[in-house]
Design a protein around this ligand. Structure first.
Ligand code: GLP
Length: 241
């Protein structure tokens, strides 16, 4: 496991080994990892080297320590590709997790000015404002506030948005979702967000805004969301022109 002749530092090899065990599901989120003493025996290295490896992984958020209890495997981040316009429900399903929502607000309101503009609506137009906490396997992942034109989806009700909005639009309403422009920016959780997302005060948040349209070009949603930065990382392949 550990190659003491290798030019790679030993603490680094231990980190890689523990990460591989997490990837292989030998250690699952919430599991306690062996103590420093046990690890130093397993790897046949000093406790100081083990401590360095573990501290690095705690700083990375892969592991977390609890005073007097031990060191545990943290929930691993979801790797979300930047390409592909998927729904939350699809994202979770494709990872073998169960998506659910808690509806915080469902209202028909006058569209806020920026939403009005983005949805290309006339001034008196109303929108549904849908605020949901999105859960993966019962753990909060994001708060999403969605605005959709009321005139476009007359039958929309609270029950529908407990499930997948995209499913409803495509399957029940037979509309074809085409594309979106999306913006991601770093923010810090305010008091309400940290309590709803069950994270410590002032945790890192990824603010994502998506403006989406149907294949015929009609804008149909503006979504402002706050994703837990400790549970998400975004990935993409890039090509040099
Ligand atoms: C993702 C997107 C949202 C979109 C939602 C639809 O979370 N970031 O912009 O509205 O998916 O998800 P669902 O169909 O599960 O309601």
């Amino acid at each position: 496991m550990i190659d003491k002749q290798s030019p790679l530092p030993i603490y680094y090899q231990i980190e890689e080994d523990i990460k591989q065990r997490i990837a292989d599901d030998d250690y699952r989120s919430g599991d306690m990892i062996p103590s420093e003493r046990e690890l130093s025996e397993t790897y046949d290295v000093s406790r100081m080297t083990v401590r360095q490896a573990v501290t690095n992984m705690v700083n990375e958020g892969v592991l977390f320590r609890e005073k007097g209890r031990g060191t545990f495997v943290a929930d691993q981040k979801i790797e979300q590709p930047l390409q592909g316009m998927t729904s939350f429900t699809e994202d979770m399903r494709s990872r073998g997790m169960e998506a659910s929502s808690r509806l915080l607000q469902f209202e028909r309101v006058a569209a806020p000015f920026d939403v009005l503009r983005k949805l290309q609506l006339h001034e008196e137009a109303e929108v549904y404002k849908i605020e949901r906490i999105r859960y993966a396997d019962q753990r909060p992942m994001a708060i999403e506030t969605t605005f959709i034109p009321a005139a476009m989806f007359p039958g929309l009700d609270e029950r529908v948005v407990q499930g997948s909005l995209y499913d409803y639009i495509e399957k029940s309403k037979q509309k074809r979702i085409g594309k979106a422009s999306q913006m991601i920016e770093a923010t810090i959780a305010d008091e309400q967000q940290s309590s709803l997302l069950e994270v410590p005060a002032a945790s890192a948040i990824l603010h994502i805004e998506r403006n989406s349209s149907l294949t015929d070009g009609t804008p149909f949603e503006v979504v402002k969301s706050s994703y837990r930065a400790d549970r998400y990382k975004f990935i993409s392949d890039i090509y040099r022109a």
